[in-house]
Design a protein around this ligand. Structure first.
Ligand SMILES: [Fe+2]
Length: 326
């Protein structure tokens, strides 16, 4: 607990010096760094000096009360997401509604048990960490999508491919019961799967006639090129199996490593299905879309050969109308 908690900074605002002392001992004892303030004005000054990870504040205080402090904190961009815990006497319950409307996260009623305070603090900090991770991921995903679309634009006839593949991949991963963490990585992996094509010349990507042997060799390098591109990027590292293994096959006849059956990472097995499905249901210069029914029948026929049969089963049961495929 200590190693995790020591990272966090908590601001405690309370006009009763005895309670302030007790709170400081309690929180420091649990490994937090603590700043103290005796009223709302001092609380704002401390907040401005260093934005804390969490604020615990009394309600009734001289100079500026807890409501004033909360409103001032929420009015600043840096304070909008900081968890705010109110301490109040039970007799003040009627005004908890007002505090919640102002954006308070939680109430602790005096006198409170030390463990109740620590449990509330840990829960709020965990929640904040999760939200921050989500925000960071959304921002990264937008950047990565822009990059993937730029690369995709080098191919003349694949507009919308990465977004559609992402939609199908997430739908299939959900149907297979993958965890929320795995789904978050799937969103990145599906978008990035063809990123290695950046090193494949445009004339090869857009060639209408059959590729020569050397052109084919070059095109088939894109999974390894893409995987190498992601290797040094911490937050994209987990997406590598999607990039590296989306052209492997269940029967061992894929590339680049000719992996077979379950030795193909599940990410590669999943993406192989949805990538092929999108290719079959999109118009290309040399052929029209097969249409949903024929594409599904092709996928069914390739179970046990190109694709993992269990994943094919789950894929065929997806609600394609809801996914915008008709
Ligand atoms: Fe590919």
């Amino acid at each position: 607990m200590l190693a995790y908690a020591i990272m966090h900074h908590i601001l405690v605002v309370e006009d009763n010096p005895d309670i302030l002392e007790v709170m400081r001992d309690l929180l420091e004892g649990d490994g937090y760094r603590v700043s103290l303030a005796c009223n709302g004005i001092e609380g704002i000054e401390a907040f401005t000096h260093e934005v804390p990870d969490l604020i615990i504040s009394d309600l009734m205080m001289p100079r500026l009360d807890g409501f004033g402090l909360l409103a001032a904190v929420r009015a600043q961009a840096s304070g909008a997401g900081v968890p705010f815990l109110f301490l109040s006497a039970r007799t003040e319950t009627a005004i908890t509604t007002r505090a919640r409307a102002l954006g308070a996260d939680e109430f602790l009623f005096k006198p409170f048990a030390p463990e109740d305070l620590l449990v509330a603090v840990r829960a709020k900090l965990d929640r904040r960490r999760t939200l921050q991770l989500f925000d960071t991921r959304s921002a990264h995903l937008q950047t990565v999508t822009m990059l993937a679309n730029t690369i995709e634009a080098r191919e003349a006839y694949t507009r919308g491919h990465v977004e559609r593949v992402q939609t199908y991949a997430l739908a299939l991963a959900r149907a297979l019961g993958w965890s929320a963490e795995a789904l978050a990585i799937c969103a990145f992996g599906a978008i990035l799967h063809d990123i290695g094509k950046i090193q494949v010349p445009r004339r090869i990507l857009n060639k209408r006639r059959p590729l020569t042997h050397s052109e084919w060799v070059l095109l088939r390098r894109h999974p390894e090129i893409g995987a190498r591109m992601l290797q040094g990027i911490d937050h994209l590292h987990d997406a590598i199996p999607y990039v590296l293994c989306h052209h492997e096959r269940w029967d061992g006849n894929g590339y680049p490593a000719r992996l077979i059956g379950r030795t193909v990472p599940r990410e590669g097995r999943l993406l192989g299905i949805v990538d092929s499905f999108d290719a079959m249901t999109s118009d290309r210069p040399y052929r029209r879309s097969l249409g949903l029914e024929r594409a599904l029948s092709e996928i069914r026929k390739s179970a046990n050969a190109q694709f993992d049969p269990e994943m094919v089963e789950a894929f065929l049961n997806l609600d394609f109308a809801a996914l915008g495929v008709s």
